[in-house]
Design a protein around this ligand. Structure first.
Ligand SMILES: *Cc1c(COP(=O)(O)O)cnc(C)c1O
Length: 410
């Protein structure tokens, strides 16, 4: 196999000889997965092509029979996409990765590829609203049962996981209130009843939490968030064992067409090089903002798992390296007061995205979580005075000053 035409899933993660010592995450982030063309380019090449050619009809025939390894078509695999997949897999400590065009396609494919009519899914109730729609509306219409549990309640998990279950789906920390689910506990219970544990690790990012080390089987990302982290492209990824990616995910995605564009893959590949620096800085800023808000009289409560007063603090510390970039809080007041505070901000933008270099604020009850029934929303803690902030890379002092002035209008 030549370096110039490596198929999906090639495992020689480093260009040239692989160092024989354990490499640090920062080295992996800039070098893993790199596959240079014959031109020896330093930066990773962008292969914006849909198809591939063959030297002969015989080579095409054997490529389709998987006798030789050869890229066939960019819906199945593409060299730039493969570089992104291999780099992210190396960072996550996963055997394999499949990149998808959005986070939602990663979520959908990671679950849907495993289940059939009659199967049962157990999930923590606090989750991103589109994930909620897939699990409680789309898949049930196809004969799949979803049981929702209170993510922080071990008894609830134990009761739900007392019968055969195909998939356990967990978002931790949860969006928007940063609830923490005990991944070691849930994985143990899930494996006893034969379930595959899938973790939506978007809120933590690959930098702050490694679910596979905590017992989970599959990790999925919206690469749109911290992986790009600069508000440019949509993307997603599914990570797990080689067997799961190759024999479960790929047969599903290659026919249903959930392929990441090579252009977006290239943006995301380059973004991985700076992801840890960005996420660590966001984390420092988030901690400073959370501490400021926690001491403010116009703030009813703050949700940030690394605040020592947070109810999730001990558990968060035991499974995360940092609290992440999302700080949610409740304004001491009504929905109108909350809107007044948001409208008074001058640096922080109103936007429902997260994981961006720019600090963004959103009112989940009227935007991201509006589609949910009010009782479901309230059960998740999404009240009319709840706001979610995605903390970016600005000077923390400016974020705090902006919030101080905005909170003074009520
Ligand atoms: C944004 C998000 C998703 C969906 O990702 P897209 O790239 O927007 O499709 C899934 N889960 C969580 C927790 C998210 O924040």
């Amino acid at each position: 196999m030549t370096k110039r035409n490596r198929p999906w899933g090639y495992q020689d993660v480093f260009e040239g000889p692989t160092p024989d010592w354990q490499l640090g995450q920062d080295t992996i982030a800039v070098r893993a997965g790199l596959a240079r063309s014959g031109f020896g380019e330093t930066g990773e090449a962008m292969y914006l092509n849909s198809g591939f050619t063959y030297d002969s009809a015989e080579q095409a025939e054997s490529a389709f029979m998987e006798e030789t390894e050869h890229f066939l078509y960019s819906r199945f695999a593409n060299p730039t996409v493969a570089m992104f997949e291999n780099r992210l897999a190396a960072l996550e400590g996963a055997e394999a990765c499949f990149a998808t065009p959005t986070g939602m396609s990663a979520m959908f494919a990671s679950v849907a590829a495993l289940v059939k009519s009659g199967d049962r899914i157990v999930a923590s109730a606090a989750m991103f609203s589109s994930c909620y729609v897939i699990l409680t509306e789309i898949l049930p219409a196809w004969g799949i049962t979803t049981v929702l549990v209170e993510g922080t309640d071990e008894k609830d998990w134990a009761a739900a996981l007392s019968e055969p279950t195909k998939v356990v789906f967990v978002e931790t920390p949860s969006n928007p209130l940063m609830e923490i689910v005990d991944l070691r506990m849930v994985s143990k219970l899930a494996h006893k009843v034969g379930a595959t544990v899938i973790v939506d690790n978007v809120m933590a990012s690959p930098v702050m939490q490694k679910p596979l080390e905590l017992g989970a089987d599959v990790v999925m990302y919206s690469a749109t968030k911290h992986i790009d982290g600069q508000g440019r492209v949509l993307g997603g990824a599914i990570l797990g064992t080689k067997d799961y990616i190759k024999n479960v995910v790929l047969p599903f995605t290659r026919h249903t067409g959930q392929s990441l564009s090579p252009f977006n893959a290239w943006v995301l590949l380059k973004s991985l090089e700076t992801m840890a620096m960005r996420v660590e800085r966001m984390n420092e800023n988030a901690m400073a903002v959370a501490e400021f808000l926690a001491a403010h009289p116009k703030v009813e409560s703050v949700s940030y798992p690394f605040l020592p007063t947070d109810k999730n603090y001990e558990l968060a510390k035991s499974q995360m390296a940092g609290g992440g970039s999302t700080v949610s809080f409740k304004v001491a007041g009504s929905k109108e007061d909350t809107f007044k505070v948001m409208n008074a901000l001058t640096v922080i933008d109103i936007s429902n995205n997260l994981g961006d270099s720019k600090t963004l604020i959103t009112h989940p009850a009227s935007t991201t979580h509006k589609r949910l029934a009010e009782e479901v929303r309230l059960k998740m803690g999404v009240t009319p005075n709840t706001v979610r902030m995605s903390i970016g890379l600005e000077s923390a002092s400016d974020l705090i000053e902006d919030l101080r002035r905005a909170l003074s209008v009520i």
